[in-house]
Structures are given as structure tokens and as C-alpha cells.
Design a protein around this ligand. Structure first.
Ligand code: RI2
Length: 336
């Protein structure tokens, strides 16, 4: 898998990502060259901010139309990880407030850029805070299992290690795109005792595990978790083995549309991710299915670790109601 590398310190100020156009960002998101629910939200916010900085228009309405169009394109790149539309909507909320109060092109531009920077900073802070809160629940000597490649879950694991807790981590490889390899490489490079296992070894390994800690792409109103395909199997096995199943999730992963009855859209990706074109041509009667996320019921989630603290699945509804105002305003602003 080709990734868009994060910029190193000193390269182009303090930016996390290289500068791209909205179209390039859309392609990188869709192809998963940039992946991870938090990263895709910050990537889209960065692309939208840079677009807002440079877009030229004679009137406020025309300018706001250009920003909205870019936002719509970015948030359509991937359907499941709600951090993407939530992040884009948050950025648009700043510009929209200025537009609706009669702001000039420059006013709307500044509001959009400032809100984007605010989102990016608070997203990075949230990952750090989740690490600090979640690590307090990790005990010395804990054996942890993780699935896929989650910054938030790794933040908890790394912080626990920093606190001197002698932990050991198992990483599921996470087919079909093997993001678990990335996690294993990062944790081992950090100095943590790390073992990579194939997904089908999860149940055998669970007997030796104290806690499963995973990331999150979306949280539904009933407290259900939507995360990388295979997560619900990990949760089921954790439940069976009485192993704590913990989800590290920033609150911008709350899927507000589930409040009004909509379901989380599960992304189905290209079948070439699970079989080569050549294999397909030799087996023309085989059908394929490649859903890349699944749903873990709230009964299998012990708690969410968010930047606002530990939240049990049963409290997600209240949290959603509390935070709804921040995204509501930007959902459907007409361009003219
Ligand atoms: P952070 C990823 O999705 C994985 O499902 C991971 O668990 C989740 O995002 C959360 O990642 P994908 O973009 O935000 O790889 O914690 O499909 O990094």
C-alpha cells in the first residue's frame, strides 16, 4: 500500500501533510493513500483550508459557493468514517456563520481558515488526551490485542508504555489491506514488546490477552461501534473470554445522522483488494464481497475512551445530543 507520508519536523513549517489541491486530496482519500479516521479528517480539513485560502471570487456568495463545493467533494470521498464529514462540517460551520452574518470574502476566508486550524489542533490534542486517559486503565503487565491501525488506540498503548507499565501487544494483521503491519512496526519501533498475528489466530491468542483496544470510524446513537472489518469478531471473542473490549475514539466520530434514524453506510471496496485479477479470470463463477467495516453491538463494548473522558456505550445518546450543535449548522448550506 502506498501512503502519503506525513511531513517531518522542519519540512514546510509545522504542517502534517504536504500541500495538495482538493481534487488530489479527494483521490488520496478514496484510494486510501491517506487512511485512518482521524488522519482523513485532518487531511480534508487541511485541503479545505488551503482551498479557502486561495479561492478567488468577486462576491461573498460566489466565494462561499466555491468553499462549499470543495467541502462537499472532500466529504464524499469515503462513506463510513464519519470523522470525515464531521471534520469538514466543522470547518464549514466557521465560514457559514460569517457568510450568514453578511461577512465579506475576506471575513469568510479568515473564519474558514481559523476554524480549520482549530479543528486540526483539537484533533491532534484529542488523540493525546485519549492516550493519557486510556493509559490509566492499563495495568502493569497487561497483554493487549489491537486490530487495524488506529492512532487513538496506539496513543493509549504508547502512553501506558511511557508510564513504565510492562505491556505486551498483539497486532492482528487486518486483511485485506494489512494495516496491522503498520501498527506492529510502529509499536515495535517505539520499544514495545510486539507480536504480529494473522486475523485467524485471534481466538487462539485471546486466551493470553487482558485487554483488546481498538480505534473507531463511527459511533452510532445506541453506542454501537463501526470500525475496520474484523473488529466485531475481536469483540465477540473478547466477550467470550471475558476480556475488556475498549474503544479509543475522538468525539468527532459520533455519527449524528443515526440520531434521526439513518444507518451508518458500510463502505464496500474494490474486489481486487481480496483477489488478483488473474485469479478472478481463472475462477469466473466466484462472486466477491469486500465490506471494509463492521458493526460491534454496544453490549460488547466495555467503554469508549474519548478526549472528554471514559464514556460507556449507554451514555452515547446524551453525548451526541450535547455535541450536535457543532455540526448541525453546516450540514446543508445552499450555495446560492
Ligand atoms: P484512528 C481506520 O480506518 C481503522 O478502521 C481504524 O480503526 C480507524 O480508522 C480509526 O483510526 P481506515 O481509514 O482515527 O484505515 O484512531 O479504513 O487513527
Amino acid at each position: 500500500m502506498v501512503h502519503v507520508e506525513t511531513l517531518k519536523d522542519g519540512e514546510s513549517s509545522k504542517e502534517e501533510f504536504p500541500k495538495v489541491t482538493v481534487d488530489e486530496a479527494y483521490d488520496n482519500l478514496k484510494s486510501m493513500r491517506v487512511h485512518g479516521a482521524g488522519r482523513i479528517a485532518r487531511y480534508a480539513a487541511t485541503a479545505l483550508r488551503d482551498h479557502a485560502k486561495e479561492a478567488k471570487a468577486m462576491t461573498s456568495r460566489e466565494y462561499w459557493g466555491l468553499v462549499l463545493k470543495a467541502g462537499e467533494k472532500l466529504r464524499s470521498a469515503r462513506p463510513t468514517a464519519v470523522s470525515l464529514p464531521n471534520g469538514v462540517n466543522y470547518v464549514l460551520y466557521g465560514g457559514r456563520t460569517s457568510f450568514e452574518s453578511g461577512g465579506s470574502v475576506e471575513d469568510i476566508r479568515n473564519a474558514t481558515v481559523n476554524t480549520a486550524d482549530d479543528f486540526i489542533t483539537s484533533s491532534l490534542d484529542a488523540v493525546k488526551q485519549i492516550g493519557e486517559i486510556g493509559a490509566r486503565r492499563v495495568k502493569n503487565g497487561d497483554v493487549i490485542l489491537t486490530h487495524c491501525n488506529s492512532e487513538a488506540a496506539m496513543s493509549v498503548i504508547k502512553k501506558a508504555y511511557d508510564m513504565g507499565k510492562g505491556i505486551k501487544v498483539y497486532c492482528d494483521e487486518t486483511r485485506p489491506k494489512f494495516q496491522g503491519h503498520k501498527t506492529a512496526a510502529a509499536l515495535a519501533a517505539y520499544g514495545i514488546d510486539t507480536t504480529l498475528i494473522c486475523d485467524s489466530a485471534c481466538r487462539v491468542t485471546m486466551g493470553a490477552v487482558d485487554k483488546a483496544i481498538v480505534g473507531c470510524d463511527a459511533i452510532a446513537v445506541n453506542g454501537a461501534l463501526v470500525n475496520k472489518i474484523g473488529t466485531s469478531q475481536v469483540a465477540t471473542m473478547a466477550h467470550e473470554s471475558r476480556v475488556n473490549f475498549i474503544v479509543a475514539a475522538e468525539t468527532y466520530k459520533l455519527d449524528f445522522k443515526t440520531l434521526t434514524g439513518e444507518l451508518v453506510d458500510i463502505e464496500e471496496r474494490d474486489y481486487t483488494e481480496i483477489a488478483s485479477k488473474e485469479w478472478m479470470s481463472h475462477n469466473p463463477k466466484v462472486r466477491f464481497s469486500n465490506p471494509v467495516f463492521d458493526v460491534t453491538p454496544p453490549e460488547y463494548v466495555d467503554y469508549y475512551v474519548t478526549e472528554k473522558g471514559i464514556i460507556p456505550p449507554g451514555a452515547i445518546f446524551s453525548l451526541m445530543k450535547e455535541l450536535y450543535q457543532y455540526t448541525e449548522g453546516a450540514q446543508a448550506t445552499p450555495a446560492n
